[in-house]
Design a protein around this ligand. Structure first.
Ligand SMILES: NC(=O)c1ccc[n+]([C@@H]2O[C@H](COP(=O)([O-])OP(=O)(O)OC[C@H]3O[C@@H](n4cnc5c(N)ncnc54)[C@H](OP(=O)(O)O)[C@@H]3O)[C@@H](O)[C@H]2O)c1
Length: 190
């Protein structure tokens, strides 16, 4: 498939595993130069090697914890320094705590929102100015079906995802005039 992405530069957060890893592989197969980010060094390096072998291209692996604003800033800075631009951002980080409402602590809620909601907001905030400079960009936030379908055992995920649906739509409305298209996708386990 030719999605017209050949030669573009992409950053995939959560690119070491799961959906992010699959997205990074697909972008590399489309001819993008790809950077992947996550916390775990070993999984990151394995994923970068696998994507690199499949696409016969060098993949940049950046260790970063997206719950930390300064690490997100450093991650984006590193990718921009290497690539000179960031055209595509896919955010596919983390997961949220599940469990009974009365068993979920203040900390569980904070951790879930800190990563799933604020982590994605932070990544967008750092990358959008680079896209605005080139008046072109594509952002895909991997959200989740609980944003529209609340479930008693998955309240933090549902709340984070509902916030992300709202954020993604508002960012899309704001950035379209700069040539930046922002979309959300909501996977659902079968
Ligand atoms: N899979 C599904 O069926 C499904 C359904 C609904 C929604 N979703 C959403 O889709 C997204 C991806 O899901 P997935 O199943 O592909 O997840 P996954 O396989 O668990 O992968 C998560 C990725 O995020 C990274 N990550 C976790 N915490 C991080 C942090 N603090 N900073 C930076 N990176 C971090 C992980 O690496 P490290 O742990 O090494 O950092 C890993 O690369 C998640 O937001 C999830 O809520 C998935």
């Amino acid at each position: 498939m030719d999605l017209g992405l050949k030669g573009k530069f992409a950053l995939v957060t959560g690119g070491s595993l799961g959906i992010g890893h699959a997205a990074a592989l697909a972008l590399a197969a489309e001819g993008c130069r790809v950077a992947i980010a996550a916390r775990g060094k070993e999984a990151l390096e394995q994923a970068a090697a696998k994507i690199g072998r499949a696409a016969q291209a060098e993949v940049l692996a950046v260790q970063a914890d997206c719950t930390k604003p300064e690490e997100v800033r450093r991650m984006v800075g590193k990718v921009h320094e290497r690539f000179g631009r960031i055209d595509v951002l896919v955010n596919s980080i983390g997961s949220a705590k599940s469990g009974n409402f009365l068993q979920l602590t203040e900390e569980h809620w904070r951790e879930s929102l800190e990563l799933k909601l604020f982590g994605i907001v932070r990544c967008c905030r750092e990358v959008v100015p680079h896209m605005q400079r080139h008046r072109w960009g594509r952002i895909v936030n991997v959200i989740g079906h609980r944003g529209r379908q609340p479930e008693t055992q998955a309240m933090p995920a549902g709340v984070a995802n509902a916030g992300l649906i709202n954020f993604t739509k508002a960012l899309a409305d704001e950035d379209v005039r700069d040539g930046i298209l922002v979309n959300g996708v909501s996977p659902c386990p079968m």
